[in-house]
Design a protein around this ligand. Sequence first.
Ligand SMILES: [Zn+2]
Length: 337
Amino acid sequence: MPYHDGAALSTVYSAARDEGYGFFASNVTQFDVLLGLLRGADRVDADAVVQVSRESAAFYGDGDPAVGLDAFGAYLDRVAERTDVGVFCNVDHVHLPDQRDFLDTVVETGFASSVMVDASDRPFEENVERVSEAVEHVREGDRETLVEAELGRVAGTESGVETAEEDAFYTDPEQAVEFVERTGVDLLAISVGTRHGVASGRDLDVRPDVARDVDEALRDAGHDVPLVVHGASGLSDEQVEAFLDAGVPKFNKNTRYQYEYARTAADFYHDHADAVRPPAGVDDDRGSMFAGAGWSPDKTHFHPHVVGEEVRERLADVMADLSDLTGSAGQSLYAGR
Ligand SMILES: [Zn+2]
């Protein structure tokens, strides 16, 4: 079925929170990654939330994010029709105020199920002001689109913005209630000790208890606002489970998929380094699989579709496992519809 708007996504997150499961919202940096993730979600009957950043939109548009977002949206719409689950797209990290023109593009394209606007590196009052304006702007659009914003500060590098460890801090529950009431956001990204980018091997002081306190404060104040944890690639399975238990239904993941892509392609070409063969009488003394133009490729391994298919299958397996971990497997609200 085609991908869905914010109203449908809101229903999906509500069901997840009621039943205690969640989603990895998955950044798509390349089309084989997208198709692999959808294949995996479809295989285990999990609705899928994919994400595209301005950076990736620019990549798809060969430097032009507006062209790239439009092309990505058209592609996603068509391939989502082939799945038997709900497919949603979040536009990730539109940094305010410097990427405000890209928010115009998102609204004009009418493409997103949700969009994250990020002024979390600004002082509280400015964050409130910029996000409020963005929420108003998004609601003027034709398509119903949820808005996510962030309160607190997550360490690491995201869309070129670097936040040092010592500048990161946890989200305050009371401030979260005030932020939601003043901005009208639909989802709230909180800072709970994760990092953007890779965090494996680091000792993260992750705080599911902070997530629980923020969730409870919002519920007590009468707000049905799902929480989001960014930088989830660095979390262990146990930590993800602890955040699910604390009421978090959305986890942003990006780095893991980039790693799986590179690893799968590197392993494949390493295993098939002889897929390009020297002409008769020429010594095979190359250091890599590529040599002179006179060498002939064995297309059963050399063709880009072959490694692309390897990547898709790997990402499908990863998505299926991750859907088991978050409990979204078997829970599609759209399976068979
Ligand atoms: Zn993020």
